[in-house]
Design a protein around this ligand. Structure first.
Ligand code: PLP
Length: 423
């Protein structure tokens, strides 16, 4: 068996494996936006670990800090005990993220995955209100543990639950019923009408931009209205910023553009910067009704993640330069995608998204995005699809990608599309 053989995975790993099927090589090393496979072949990365690697692979600033910490025998595992690494992260998060934005939140460090953060947010919202029902939206993705899965829309994932996915009412996301319909009219009407069958929810959980659901963007007025509707009725508003946060849409949080202040915010993926697992929930102090130790988790204290998370904040968020760079690259990406749409007007393609979180949507042929992704991979680009039918080619490069890399990747997409269309 060669280093690049996939036999061992096929033989021993569960049938559940997913990305290995879309990108069937053995990856060995990576730096910035380049992945190198065991056979030496290089791949440009427009996937960024599904939104975990906003600062690129093995960012040298983080690697250096992590090596120093390891070499001085810094605490690795700390449950939720006080450690100097965690203290420094909290101080940096307060100073660099929360204070400048006028945000006042308690931090809950949960188990390491995004789903852990979502579970904790749902649980504390239910406790704080004494209500069980939660409103979630069409095409939402909130993780695959049972609480998050109940709030997730996609049938493929829901079918795997094996139990009833209760206590969630599904409502249409912004734009779900077409451009002319404000879907919140339905929510407001249902809340007002005693015959609607909608129990007053504990919370509404929403992504400001839906990633897995197909890069659907909630407009600022829609989010503002949602905030108003919920605030007026004592319904807590949970923003799931797990994929859309940490600069992905052009600001630290995707909800910032709308100016709303959520009651709870779920944060994960790129927060550690380095790709190490880390998640937290931001909780408005009045909502922090947890009793000590009521929600635990062995891996709440990944101190290596705290180290790289702090360095990421200090390196990239001290001034506006990082987001100015993202805005420029976003414009480059948008222009190129608009050109592709114009070049193939017969396909009825559309572009959606914000920042470096964009989708090329092909509703008329839902297989097209998957075929382009596969062809692009053969040509050396890692790019995935999203949406209920995988009908969206999802552009999720590292925010640190260079203009040259972005242009090269876009050229591969162009050529792949042409090759697929040529049959
Ligand atoms: N919420 C959102 C918006 C996500 O995109 C994801 C993962 O893609 C999750 C929650 C779940 O995170 P995890 O896979 O780390 O449990």
């Amino acid at each position: 068996m060669t280093d690049s053989s996939l036999d061992i995975f096929e033989q021993y790993e569960s049938n559940v494996r997913g990305y290995i099927r879309a990108f069937p090589v053995v990856f060995d090393s990576a730096r910035g936006s380049t992945l190198t496979a065991a056979d030496g072949r290089e791949y440009l990365d427009f996937f960024a670990g599904a939104g975990v690697l906003n600062y690129g692979h093995n960012n040298p600033a983080f690697t250096r800090a992590l090596i120093e910490y390891l070499e001085r025998d810094g605490i690795i595992h700390g449950l939720d005990m006080a450690t100097s690494a965690k203290k420094a992260f909290i101080e940096a998060f307060e100073r660099i993220v929360l204070e400048p934005r006028g945000l006042d939140y308690k931090l809950q460090f949960t188990g390491p995955t995004g789903a852990n953060a979502v579970e904790a947010a749902l649980k504390v919202a239910r406790q704080a209100t004494g209500r069980s029902n939660v409103v979630a939206f069409t095409n939402a993705f909130h993780g695959l543990s049972l609480g998050g899965l109940a709030a997730t829309g996609n049938r493929h994932y829901r079918d795997a639950a094996g139990v009833a996915l209760d206590n969630v009412t599904r409502l249409p996301y912004d734009g779900y019923l077409g451009a002319g319909v404000d879907t919140l009219d339905l929510f407001e009407r249902m809340l007002e009408d005693g015959g609607s069958g909608l129990d007053l929810p504990a919370a509404v959980i929403v992504e400001a931009v839906q990633g897995e659901g197909g890069i659907n963007v909630a407009s600022a007025p829609w989010l503002q209205r949602l905030r108003q509707i919920t605030a007026d009725r004592g319904i807590l508003l949970i923003l799931d910023e797990i994929q859309s946060g940490i600069g992905r849409t052009g600001s630290f949080f995707a909800f910032e553009e709308s100016g709303i202040v959520p009651d709870l915010v779920a944060v994960s993926k790129s927060i550690s910067g380095s790709g190490l697992p880390m998640s937290l929930v931001l909780i408005r102090p009045e909502v922090d009704v947890w009793k000590p130790g009521q929600h635990t988790g062995t891996f709440r204290g990944n101190n290596l993640a705290f180290i790289s998370a702090r360095v990421a904040l200090e390196e990239y968020w001290g001034d506006g330069a990082f987001m100015a760079g993202v805005a420029a690259k976003s414009a480059l990406l948008r222009t190129a995608l608009d050109e592709i749409v114009a070049e193939h007007s017969d396909l009825g393609l559309t572009v959606r998204g914000r920042g470096l979180f964009m989708g090329l949507v092909c509703d008329s042929d839902p297989t097209l995005a998957g075929r382009v992704s596969a062809e692009a991979f053969r040509r050396g680009l890692v790019i995935e699809t999203s949406g209920a039918n995988d009908q969206v080619l999802k552009f999720l490069p590292a925010l640190t990608i260079t203009d040259d890399e972005l242009s090269r990747g876009l050229q591969i997409v162009r050529e792949s599309l042409a090759a697929v269309l040529a049959g």
